[in-house]
Design a protein around this ligand. Structure first.
Ligand code: GAL
Length: 371
Protein backbone atom coordinates (compact mmCIF):
# COMPACT_ATOMS: atom_id res chain seq x y z
CA UNK A 1 0.00 0.00 0.00
CA UNK A 2 2.70 2.40 1.07
CA UNK A 3 4.65 1.59 -2.11
CA UNK A 4 1.65 2.20 -4.32
CA UNK A 5 1.05 5.52 -2.64
CA UNK A 6 4.57 6.62 -3.39
CA UNK A 7 4.43 5.39 -6.95
CA UNK A 8 1.28 7.30 -7.65
CA UNK A 9 2.53 10.41 -6.01
CA UNK A 10 5.55 10.32 -8.29
CA UNK A 11 3.42 9.67 -11.37
CA UNK A 12 1.18 12.57 -10.43
CA UNK A 13 4.03 14.80 -9.35
CA UNK A 14 5.38 14.53 -12.87
CA UNK A 15 2.22 16.36 -13.95
CA UNK A 16 3.08 19.37 -11.82
CA UNK A 17 3.90 22.95 -12.59
CA UNK A 18 2.09 24.46 -15.54
CA UNK A 19 1.72 21.15 -17.37
CA UNK A 20 -1.91 20.39 -16.66
CA UNK A 21 -2.84 19.84 -20.29
CA UNK A 22 -0.05 17.36 -20.86
CA UNK A 23 -1.44 15.16 -18.11
CA UNK A 24 -5.10 15.94 -18.49
CA UNK A 25 -6.10 12.50 -19.85
CA UNK A 26 -9.10 10.52 -18.63
CA UNK A 27 -9.20 8.93 -15.22
CA UNK A 28 -8.77 5.46 -16.69
CA UNK A 29 -5.62 6.45 -18.53
CA UNK A 30 -4.20 8.17 -15.49
CA UNK A 31 -4.81 5.28 -13.13
CA UNK A 32 -3.71 2.64 -15.64
CA UNK A 33 -0.51 4.53 -16.29
CA UNK A 34 0.08 4.90 -12.59
CA UNK A 35 -0.42 1.19 -12.02
CA UNK A 36 1.88 0.15 -14.86
CA UNK A 37 4.57 2.50 -13.73
CA UNK A 38 4.33 1.30 -10.13
CA UNK A 39 7.61 -0.57 -9.83
CA UNK A 40 9.74 1.90 -11.71
CA UNK A 41 8.13 4.85 -10.01
CA UNK A 42 8.67 3.32 -6.58
CA UNK A 43 12.37 3.09 -7.31
CA UNK A 44 12.32 6.59 -8.70
CA UNK A 45 10.56 7.77 -5.55
CA UNK A 46 13.20 6.43 -3.24
CA UNK A 47 15.96 7.73 -5.49
CA UNK A 48 14.27 11.12 -5.54
CA UNK A 49 14.01 11.27 -1.79
CA UNK A 50 17.65 10.14 -1.44
CA UNK A 51 18.56 12.89 -3.88
CA UNK A 52 16.76 15.45 -1.74
CA UNK A 53 18.58 14.21 1.35
CA UNK A 54 21.91 14.26 -0.46
CA UNK A 55 21.23 17.74 -1.80
CA UNK A 56 20.54 18.93 1.71
CA UNK A 57 23.76 17.34 2.90
CA UNK A 58 25.70 18.88 0.03
CA UNK A 59 24.68 22.41 1.03
CA UNK A 60 25.45 21.70 4.62
CA UNK A 61 21.99 21.68 6.19
CA UNK A 62 21.37 18.29 7.69
CA UNK A 63 17.63 17.53 7.29
CA UNK A 64 17.42 16.53 10.93
CA UNK A 65 18.45 20.10 11.81
CA UNK A 66 15.84 21.81 9.63
CA UNK A 67 13.05 23.50 11.58
CA UNK A 68 9.64 23.83 9.92
CA UNK A 69 6.61 25.79 11.11
CA UNK A 70 3.32 24.45 9.78
CA UNK A 71 -0.14 25.87 10.38
CA UNK A 72 -3.27 24.17 9.05
CA UNK A 73 -6.39 26.36 8.73
CA UNK A 74 -8.47 23.92 10.77
CA UNK A 75 -7.69 20.44 12.13
CA UNK A 76 -11.39 19.53 12.10
CA UNK A 77 -11.40 19.51 8.26
CA UNK A 78 -11.51 15.90 6.94
CA UNK A 79 -9.43 16.50 3.84
CA UNK A 80 -6.81 18.62 5.59
CA UNK A 81 -6.47 15.88 8.21
CA UNK A 82 -5.41 13.40 5.53
CA UNK A 83 -3.11 16.06 4.11
CA UNK A 84 -1.37 17.02 7.37
CA UNK A 85 -0.83 13.40 8.41
CA UNK A 86 0.76 12.62 5.04
CA UNK A 87 2.88 15.79 5.25
CA UNK A 88 4.20 14.94 8.71
CA UNK A 89 4.89 11.34 7.69
CA UNK A 90 6.76 12.36 4.53
CA UNK A 91 8.85 15.03 6.27
CA UNK A 92 9.99 12.59 8.93
CA UNK A 93 10.13 9.22 7.20
CA UNK A 94 11.17 10.23 3.68
CA UNK A 95 13.03 13.50 4.07
CA UNK A 96 14.66 12.78 7.43
CA UNK A 97 13.40 15.73 9.48
CA UNK A 98 13.31 15.30 13.20
CA UNK A 99 9.82 15.20 14.71
CA UNK A 100 10.82 17.66 17.38
CA UNK A 101 11.74 20.21 14.69
CA UNK A 102 8.31 20.12 13.09
CA UNK A 103 6.00 22.62 14.74
CA UNK A 104 2.49 21.89 13.49
CA UNK A 105 -0.42 24.01 14.70
CA UNK A 106 -4.20 24.14 14.34
CA UNK A 107 -5.29 27.52 12.95
CA UNK A 108 -8.77 26.82 14.39
CA UNK A 109 -10.34 28.65 11.47
CA UNK A 110 -9.24 31.93 13.07
CA UNK A 111 -6.91 34.19 11.10
CA UNK A 112 -5.83 36.19 14.17
CA UNK A 113 -4.88 32.98 15.98
CA UNK A 114 -2.95 31.80 12.93
CA UNK A 115 -1.08 35.14 12.76
CA UNK A 116 0.10 34.55 16.33
CA UNK A 117 1.29 31.09 15.39
CA UNK A 118 3.26 32.57 12.48
CA UNK A 119 4.84 35.18 14.77
CA UNK A 120 5.78 32.40 17.18
CA UNK A 121 7.39 30.43 14.34
CA UNK A 122 9.50 33.51 13.55
CA UNK A 123 10.54 33.85 17.18
CA UNK A 124 11.39 30.15 17.30
CA UNK A 125 13.70 30.66 14.30
CA UNK A 126 12.17 28.18 11.85
CA UNK A 127 14.00 27.76 8.53
CA UNK A 128 10.82 27.61 6.46
CA UNK A 129 7.03 27.65 6.90
CA UNK A 130 4.31 25.59 5.24
CA UNK A 131 1.03 27.49 5.59
CA UNK A 132 -2.59 26.62 4.90
CA UNK A 133 -4.06 30.08 5.47
CA UNK A 134 -7.40 30.57 7.17
CA UNK A 135 -8.03 33.41 4.72
CA UNK A 136 -6.11 33.42 1.47
CA UNK A 137 -6.58 37.20 1.41
CA UNK A 138 -4.11 37.46 4.34
CA UNK A 139 -1.29 36.25 2.10
CA UNK A 140 0.25 39.71 1.46
CA UNK A 141 0.54 40.45 5.22
CA UNK A 142 1.84 36.97 6.02
CA UNK A 143 4.30 37.04 3.11
CA UNK A 144 5.67 40.41 4.25
CA UNK A 145 6.11 39.18 7.82
CA UNK A 146 8.00 36.09 6.65
CA UNK A 147 10.01 37.99 4.04
CA UNK A 148 11.17 40.58 6.59
CA UNK A 149 12.24 37.75 8.88
CA UNK A 150 14.09 36.08 5.99
CA UNK A 151 11.94 32.95 6.15
CA UNK A 152 10.65 31.35 2.94
CA UNK A 153 7.04 30.24 2.86
CA UNK A 154 5.21 27.47 1.01
CA UNK A 155 1.46 28.14 0.82
CA UNK A 156 -0.77 25.12 0.45
CA UNK A 157 -4.43 24.39 -0.37
CA UNK A 158 -5.80 27.96 -0.27
CA UNK A 159 -4.37 29.92 -3.14
CA UNK A 160 -3.36 33.56 -2.74
CA UNK A 161 -4.63 35.73 -5.60
CA UNK A 162 -2.78 36.21 -8.88
CA UNK A 163 -1.64 39.74 -7.96
CA UNK A 164 0.06 38.43 -4.81
CA UNK A 165 1.73 35.58 -6.70
CA UNK A 166 2.98 38.05 -9.30
CA UNK A 167 4.49 40.19 -6.52
CA UNK A 168 6.63 37.23 -5.41
CA UNK A 169 8.00 36.99 -8.95
CA UNK A 170 8.51 40.75 -9.37
CA UNK A 171 10.13 41.27 -5.99
CA UNK A 172 12.02 37.98 -5.84
CA UNK A 173 10.22 36.98 -2.64
CA UNK A 174 10.76 33.43 -1.43
CA UNK A 175 7.14 32.33 -1.48
CA UNK A 176 5.39 29.64 -3.49
CA UNK A 177 2.02 27.92 -3.76
CA UNK A 178 1.26 24.20 -4.06
CA UNK A 179 -2.26 23.13 -4.87
CA UNK A 180 -4.53 21.82 -7.55
CA UNK A 181 -6.46 23.74 -10.21
CA UNK A 182 -10.01 23.78 -8.86
CA UNK A 183 -11.39 24.45 -12.34
CA UNK A 184 -10.33 20.94 -13.29
CA UNK A 185 -12.17 19.37 -10.33
CA UNK A 186 -15.36 21.27 -11.17
CA UNK A 187 -15.16 20.23 -14.81
CA UNK A 188 -14.73 16.58 -13.79
CA UNK A 189 -17.81 16.81 -11.55
CA UNK A 190 -19.92 18.11 -14.44
CA UNK A 191 -18.54 15.44 -16.76
CA UNK A 192 -19.45 12.68 -14.30
CA UNK A 193 -23.08 13.85 -14.32
CA UNK A 194 -23.06 14.35 -18.12
CA UNK A 195 -21.86 10.75 -18.53
CA UNK A 196 -25.10 9.38 -16.99
CA UNK A 197 -27.52 7.98 -19.61
CA UNK A 198 -30.04 10.74 -18.84
CA UNK A 199 -27.30 13.35 -18.31
CA UNK A 200 -28.49 13.85 -14.76
CA UNK A 201 -32.14 14.43 -15.60
CA UNK A 202 -33.31 11.85 -13.05
CA UNK A 203 -37.02 12.70 -13.26
CA UNK A 204 -37.02 13.09 -17.04
CA UNK A 205 -38.63 16.53 -17.16
CA UNK A 206 -36.07 17.80 -19.66
CA UNK A 207 -34.16 20.06 -17.26
CA UNK A 208 -31.38 19.08 -14.83
CA UNK A 209 -32.41 20.83 -11.62
CA UNK A 210 -29.65 20.98 -9.08
CA UNK A 211 -28.70 21.98 -5.57
CA UNK A 212 -25.24 23.50 -5.14
CA UNK A 213 -23.60 23.03 -1.75
CA UNK A 214 -20.66 25.39 -1.57
CA UNK A 215 -17.56 25.36 0.59
CA UNK A 216 -16.32 28.65 2.00
CA UNK A 217 -16.93 31.02 -0.94
CA UNK A 218 -13.84 33.11 -0.09
CA UNK A 219 -11.91 30.13 -1.32
CA UNK A 220 -11.16 29.75 -5.05
CA UNK A 221 -11.80 26.01 -4.70
CA UNK A 222 -15.42 26.79 -3.85
CA UNK A 223 -15.80 29.43 -6.57
CA UNK A 224 -14.25 27.42 -9.40
CA UNK A 225 -15.92 24.12 -8.52
CA UNK A 226 -19.33 25.82 -8.40
CA UNK A 227 -18.83 27.51 -11.74
CA UNK A 228 -17.07 24.79 -13.72
CA UNK A 229 -19.21 21.83 -12.65
CA UNK A 230 -22.34 23.44 -14.07
CA UNK A 231 -20.46 24.75 -17.10
CA UNK A 232 -19.21 21.27 -18.03
CA UNK A 233 -22.74 19.89 -17.80
CA UNK A 234 -24.07 22.69 -19.99
CA UNK A 235 -21.20 22.28 -22.44
CA UNK A 236 -22.24 18.64 -22.79
CA UNK A 237 -25.66 19.87 -23.93
CA UNK A 238 -27.79 19.67 -20.77
CA UNK A 239 -30.36 22.28 -19.87
CA UNK A 240 -29.89 23.20 -16.24
CA UNK A 241 -31.68 25.07 -13.48
CA UNK A 242 -30.29 25.99 -10.08
CA UNK A 243 -32.79 25.39 -7.26
CA UNK A 244 -30.57 26.26 -4.31
CA UNK A 245 -27.04 27.54 -3.74
CA UNK A 246 -25.81 27.73 -0.16
CA UNK A 247 -22.51 27.74 1.69
CA UNK A 248 -21.73 24.71 3.83
CA UNK A 249 -18.13 25.69 4.77
CA UNK A 250 -16.79 22.21 3.82
CA UNK A 251 -18.67 20.75 6.78
CA UNK A 252 -20.70 17.51 6.80
CA UNK A 253 -23.39 18.68 9.23
CA UNK A 254 -24.01 21.84 7.21
CA UNK A 255 -24.14 19.79 4.01
CA UNK A 256 -26.78 17.57 5.59
CA UNK A 257 -28.91 20.56 6.65
CA UNK A 258 -28.72 22.25 3.25
CA UNK A 259 -29.65 19.06 1.40
CA UNK A 260 -32.45 18.20 3.86
CA UNK A 261 -34.04 21.63 3.45
CA UNK A 262 -33.72 21.52 -0.33
CA UNK A 263 -35.28 18.05 -0.51
CA UNK A 264 -38.17 19.16 1.70
CA UNK A 265 -38.76 22.26 -0.38
CA UNK A 266 -38.27 20.86 -3.89
CA UNK A 267 -38.87 17.10 -3.46
CA UNK A 268 -38.69 15.08 -6.69
CA UNK A 269 -37.65 18.18 -8.64
CA UNK A 270 -34.10 17.76 -7.33
CA UNK A 271 -32.12 15.74 -9.91
CA UNK A 272 -28.55 16.44 -8.83
CA UNK A 273 -26.70 17.55 -5.74
CA UNK A 274 -23.36 19.14 -6.55
CA UNK A 275 -21.17 19.47 -3.49
CA UNK A 276 -17.87 21.35 -3.49
CA UNK A 277 -16.38 18.57 -1.34
CA UNK A 278 -17.04 15.03 -0.13
CA UNK A 279 -17.63 15.87 3.53
CA UNK A 280 -20.67 18.00 2.65
CA UNK A 281 -21.77 15.39 0.11
CA UNK A 282 -21.72 12.76 2.86
CA UNK A 283 -24.13 15.02 4.74
CA UNK A 284 -26.27 15.19 1.60
CA UNK A 285 -26.29 11.37 1.44
CA UNK A 286 -27.72 11.28 4.99
CA UNK A 287 -30.46 13.69 3.93
CA UNK A 288 -31.16 11.69 0.76
CA UNK A 289 -31.53 8.46 2.78
CA UNK A 290 -33.81 10.20 5.29
CA UNK A 291 -35.98 11.52 2.44
CA UNK A 292 -36.36 7.99 1.03
CA UNK A 293 -34.58 8.84 -2.22
CA UNK A 294 -32.15 6.47 -4.01
CA UNK A 295 -28.81 7.65 -5.37
CA UNK A 296 -28.19 6.80 -9.03
CA UNK A 297 -31.90 5.98 -9.46
CA UNK A 298 -33.85 9.11 -8.66
CA UNK A 299 -31.03 11.50 -7.69
CA UNK A 300 -27.29 11.98 -8.37
CA UNK A 301 -24.57 13.22 -6.03
CA UNK A 302 -21.02 14.34 -6.80
CA UNK A 303 -18.27 15.57 -4.50
CA UNK A 304 -14.54 16.30 -4.53
CA UNK A 305 -11.65 14.87 -2.45
CA UNK A 306 -12.14 11.06 -2.70
CA UNK A 307 -12.47 10.43 1.03
CA UNK A 308 -12.24 6.64 1.59
CA UNK A 309 -15.82 6.50 2.85
CA UNK A 310 -17.06 8.11 -0.35
CA UNK A 311 -15.00 5.88 -2.64
CA UNK A 312 -16.49 2.84 -0.88
CA UNK A 313 -19.99 4.22 -1.46
CA UNK A 314 -19.13 4.71 -5.16
CA UNK A 315 -18.06 1.06 -5.35
CA UNK A 316 -21.43 0.08 -3.90
CA UNK A 317 -23.39 2.31 -6.31
CA UNK A 318 -24.52 4.58 -3.47
CA UNK A 319 -22.73 7.74 -4.59
CA UNK A 320 -22.39 8.91 -8.19
CA UNK A 321 -18.79 10.06 -8.35
CA UNK A 322 -16.04 12.22 -6.90
CA UNK A 323 -12.70 13.73 -7.84
CA UNK A 324 -9.46 12.68 -6.16
CA UNK A 325 -7.80 15.69 -4.56
CA UNK A 326 -4.27 14.36 -4.42
CA UNK A 327 -3.17 15.12 -0.87
CA UNK A 328 -0.24 12.73 -1.35
CA UNK A 329 1.24 14.54 -4.36
CA UNK A 330 0.44 17.96 -2.89
CA UNK A 331 1.93 17.32 0.56
CA UNK A 332 5.07 15.73 -0.90
CA UNK A 333 5.58 18.66 -3.27
CA UNK A 334 5.06 21.15 -0.46
CA UNK A 335 7.68 19.38 1.66
CA UNK A 336 10.13 19.06 -1.24
CA UNK A 337 9.75 22.75 -2.08
CA UNK A 338 10.25 23.73 1.55
CA UNK A 339 13.58 21.87 1.54
CA UNK A 340 14.54 23.39 -1.81
CA UNK A 341 14.04 26.83 -0.28
CA UNK A 342 16.18 25.93 2.73
CA UNK A 343 18.88 24.71 0.35
CA UNK A 344 18.81 27.98 -1.55
CA UNK A 345 17.45 26.45 -4.74
CA UNK A 346 15.19 28.21 -7.23
CA UNK A 347 11.57 27.08 -7.09
CA UNK A 348 8.50 27.64 -9.27
CA UNK A 349 6.09 30.22 -7.90
CA UNK A 350 3.00 28.12 -8.56
CA UNK A 351 2.91 24.32 -8.51
CA UNK A 352 -0.20 22.38 -9.50
CA UNK A 353 -0.96 18.68 -8.98
CA UNK A 354 -3.60 17.01 -11.17
CA UNK A 355 -7.01 15.87 -9.97
CA UNK A 356 -8.34 12.43 -10.99
CA UNK A 357 -11.97 11.65 -11.82
CA UNK A 358 -13.35 8.81 -9.65
CA UNK A 359 -16.20 6.57 -10.80
CA UNK A 360 -17.06 2.87 -10.34
CA UNK A 361 -14.43 2.03 -13.00
CA UNK A 362 -11.40 3.14 -11.01
CA UNK A 363 -12.81 3.30 -7.45
CA UNK A 364 -10.89 0.19 -6.34
CA UNK A 365 -7.52 1.61 -7.42
CA UNK A 366 -8.21 4.99 -5.83
CA UNK A 367 -9.32 3.30 -2.61
CA UNK A 368 -5.94 1.53 -2.42
CA UNK A 369 -4.26 4.93 -2.33
CA UNK A 370 -6.53 6.77 0.07
CA UNK A 371 -7.48 4.23 2.72
C1 GAL B 1 -10.38 21.81 -0.52
C2 GAL B 1 -10.98 20.48 -0.13
C3 GAL B 1 -12.01 20.69 0.95
C4 GAL B 1 -11.42 21.47 2.10
C5 GAL B 1 -10.77 22.74 1.60
C6 GAL B 1 -10.10 23.49 2.71
O1 GAL B 1 -9.39 21.63 -1.48
O2 GAL B 1 -11.59 19.91 -1.25
O3 GAL B 1 -12.50 19.46 1.41
O4 GAL B 1 -10.45 20.67 2.72
O5 GAL B 1 -9.83 22.43 0.60
O6 GAL B 1 -9.52 24.66 2.25
Amino acid sequence: MRLFKKATAVALASCMAFSLTACGGGAEETTAAATEAATEATEAASEASEAVTEAAEATGKDPSEIKVGISIYQYADNFMTLYRNELQDYLVNELGLSESNIMMQDGKNDQAEQMNQIRNFITAGVDVMILNLVQASSAPDVTNLCHEAGIPVVYINREPDAEEEQRWVDEGIKATYVGADARQSGTYQGEIIAAQENMGDANGDGVVKYVMIQGDPENVDAQYRTENSVKALQDAGAQVEQLVIQRGDWDQTKGQEIAANALTQFGADVDVIFSNNDAMALGAIQAIDAAGRTVNEDIYVVGVDALAEVVELIQNNKFTGTVFNDFIGQSHSAADLALSFVNGEEVNYVNMVDYVKVTTENAAEILEMVK
